[in-house]
Write a protein that binds this ligand. Structure first.
Ligand SMILES: [Zn+2]
Ligand SMILES: [Zn+2]
Length: 283
């Protein structure tokens, strides 16, 4: 299995619009494992579109409990279950992830129960292992180490950047405002997948979505501008910067060219502006 990163959904925020990208999720194939990072709406269909059988799903990491990162977690696991998987599925998430899963099973109790009685399936709860992590080591195997850094994404306290170290290193910023400790955390990564916001696009986004100053203030306090992302990549000396969780993501007035223009004066290294389906294979 080649080491590969596929961005399944690249939009920041939970709303979707005709022709636009989907909320945040990624597939990281590393150290012989397939790891799903975040489960925004659309993750199930996008995973299958990569050619992956849902019977192979066994590791999911959630950075925080905003819906654009977790809304489809339950539906993904449920669909893997009805696809016939018998493989244990390990879910790593911050405090609250267990309540999410218990709540999902409660909401789907009728279906989850009837399929055991009627179709001979194993109880869905028997497949799923929920692991609550905080800053530090998330899990490790002889081939792979996954670690977490608490980032700053108010008002969410429990939000974590994730670093995957194997024969290559890949760091995800998660949702965060500019946060200098992320530079050390990401240092030397082959790939840095960083959320990004284009300041020039905020007015139109706020007008379209509603929420006025509250939404604008949230975006400015909780996310990182493209220019700031560029400086993190430069200072962390990463190999490849991937812009992800784009805000705005579906405004026809802004294209990849605008993101590049914001980043290029500060970061001259390898750059990818994320789009749904972007696949990066590492040597
Ligand atoms: Zn988000
Ligand atoms: Zn968020």
């Amino acid at each position: 299995m080649p080491t590969q990163l596929t961005l399944l959904g690249t939009k920041g925020g939970p709303a979707i619009r005709p022709g636009g990208p989907m909320p945040t999720s990624s597939l990281l194939e590393i150290a012989g494992r397939r790891i799903v990072v975040d489960c925004g709406l659309g993750v199930t269909r996008s995973l299958v579109a990569t050619g992956m059988s849902l019977k192979e799903l066994d590791t999911i990491c959630i950075t925080h409990l905003h819906s654009d990162h977790v809304l489809e977690l339950g539906a993904l696991i449920h669909t893997a279950w009805t696809t016939g998987t018998t493989r244990p599925i390990h879910v790593y998430g911050p405090v609250g992830i267990d309540e999410y899963w218990q709540g999902f099973m409660q909401a789907m109790a009728f279906d989850c129960g009837i399929r055991v009685i009627d179709e001979g399936r194993i109880p869905i709860g028997d497949l799923v292992h929920i692991h609550t992590y905080s800053e530090g080591l998330v899990f490790a195997t002889p081939e792979l180490r996954v670690s977490a850094l608490r980032v700053v994404h108010p008002p969410v306290d429990e939000c974590y950047g994730l670093r995957f170290d194997a024969d290559v290193s890949v760091t995800f910023s998660a949702d965060t405002r500019y946060f200098p400790p992320l530079i050390d955390f990401a240092r030397g990564s082959d790939i840095l997948v960083h959320e990004a916001m284009l300041i020039a696009g905020l007015d139109a986004l706020v007008a379209k979505t509603g929420g006025g100053d509250k939404l604008r203030n949230h975006l400015l306090a909780s996310h990182t501008t493209a220019e700031q992302v560029a400086s993190v990549a430069r200072d962390a000396e990463v190999g490849h910067l991937v812009l992800h969780h784009l805000v705005p993501a579906d405004d026809p007035n802004f294209s990849a060219h605008d993101w590049e223009q914001a980043v290029r004066p500060i970061w001259q290294g390898v750059l990818s502006v994320g789009h749904d389906g972007l696949c990066i294979t590492m040597p």
